[in-house]
Design a protein around this ligand. Structure first.
Ligand SMILES: [Mn+2]
Length: 375
């Protein structure tokens, strides 16, 4: 599972040295169109977070908004979602602020991307191998390229914008090796995909994830925000966003008393349920009765539930199910491709609706590899 990063930090910009600043706003993982819990209110929340980011860029007099992917939650956004995105992009254009972006895993389509459409309307720049310059600083982009190991492009300085998971953040599944990134020549890496904020310097390279702008899942407990970055000095500062309130009732709390003790009005309530004393339904009813917008009960009594369904695996409290399955699968002597497909299916960062295309991509990769070997 993901390790917390010990070196996370946020450092202030030095406005006394503002002479040659190249100030940009860096954001990612906006997930417009995410109808969390099937709620129209939550769909609106994700758009509101984007509007806040845009107003912040204007207030900060940023030269550009740099978006590191997952602007949309789905590759098929609704008309409302597109309207919200266009409204944001038009607002930026009217203020003379550039929108530079790459494509994330959630919104990636075969062929022409939404971002290409916005680019053809003059509202965005789809970053790629040819640099876009702000002053004399080159900015390169790398669209999401799948969950297989990815080689960053070789650059001579400048900024790399990408939507990938670093092995430093997720040692098991991170497909972009930090060592490779540090060696690729970029001086600043503006990343997306990881939904928590992280910023650090290593070998004089600034590496940062701004985090998602609304909580896309309940485990995203840190504050939501975006980055203000001076590309000239590599200084960075985080700006906090006002987002939907999430209330957490911890495992060691009495769930009903815990709910009563808190202001739940309009909040998303997340209850970790560890005992059989109360049913999930009792907890849900209590929370909704106290004004919660939505309730999610995370059942920590899972072990006994699995046994009850007669699944023939020996599970004990500390069993990591993923690790257990990996071990069992290893004994089946599957081909590397079959294991790769299994990894895609079990990767919780790949939404169910994208599993199909991820598997297709893996298969196409193998077919091409086969063709190359033959020729
Ligand atoms: Mn995302």
């Amino acid at each position: 599972m993901r390790q917390p990063l010990a070196v996370a930090c946020s450092l202030p910009l030095d406005y006394n040295l503002a002479g040659n600043m190249v100030k940009v706003l860096h954001t990612a993982d906006t997930h417009i169109g995410a109808r969390q819990y099937g709620l129209a209110e939550r769909r609106a929340d994700f758009s509101k977070a984007l509007f806040q980011v845009i107003e912040l860029a204007i207030a900060e007099e940023a030269r550009a908004v740099i978006h590191s992917g997952d602007l949309f939650d789905s590759r098929n956004p609704t008309t409302e979602d597109l309207r919200d995105a266009l409204e944001a992009l038009l607002r930026l254009r009217d203020e003379g602020i550039l929108f530079l972006a790459v494509v994330g895993n959630h919104e990636q389509k075969r062929g022409v991307q939404w971002l290409d459409l916005f680019a053809s309307l003059g509202l965005a720049v789809h970053l790629g191998g040819e640099p876009t310059y702000i002053d004399n600083i080159p900015i390169y982009g790398l669209d999401y390229t799948g969950r297989r190991e990815v080689e960053p492009p070789q650059l001579q300085g400048g900024v790399l914008v990408a939507h990938q998971m670093l092995d430093r953040i997720d040692p098991v599944r991170g497909e972009l090796k930090l060592d490779n990134l540090l060696r690729c020549g970029a001086e600043i890496a503006l990343l997306g995909d990881y939904h928590e904020h992280r910023s650090w310097w290593e070998n004089d390279v600034l590496v940062t994830y701004p985090g998602s702008t609304e909580r896309w899942r309940v485990s995203e407990r840190g504050r939501r925000g975006c980055n203000i970055v001076d590309l000239a000095s590599k200084k960075i500062e985080q700006r906090e966003l006002v987002t939907r309130r999430f209330v957490y009732i911890e495992e060691d709390e009495h769930p009903l008393k815990g709910l009563e003790a808190r202001d739940l009005e309009g909040a998303i309530v997340c209850v970790y349920l560890s005992s059989d004393e109360h049913t999930p339904r009792q907890v849900e009813e209590q929370a909704v009765g106290l004004g919660a917008l939505a309730v999610q009960v995370l059942d920590r009594r899972a072990t006994s539930a699995l046994e009850a369904e007669g699944i023939e695996v020996e599970l004990w409290v500390d069993t990591d199910l993923d690790e257990f399955l990996s071990r069992e699968l290893a004994q089946l002597q599957l081909t590397p491709l079959a294991l790769e497909i299994d990894a895609i299916i079990r990767d919780e960062r790949i939404p169910d609706s994208n599993v199909d295309s991820e598997v297709t991509k893996a298969l196409e990769g193998k077919v091409q590899e086969g063709c190359r070997k033959k020729s």
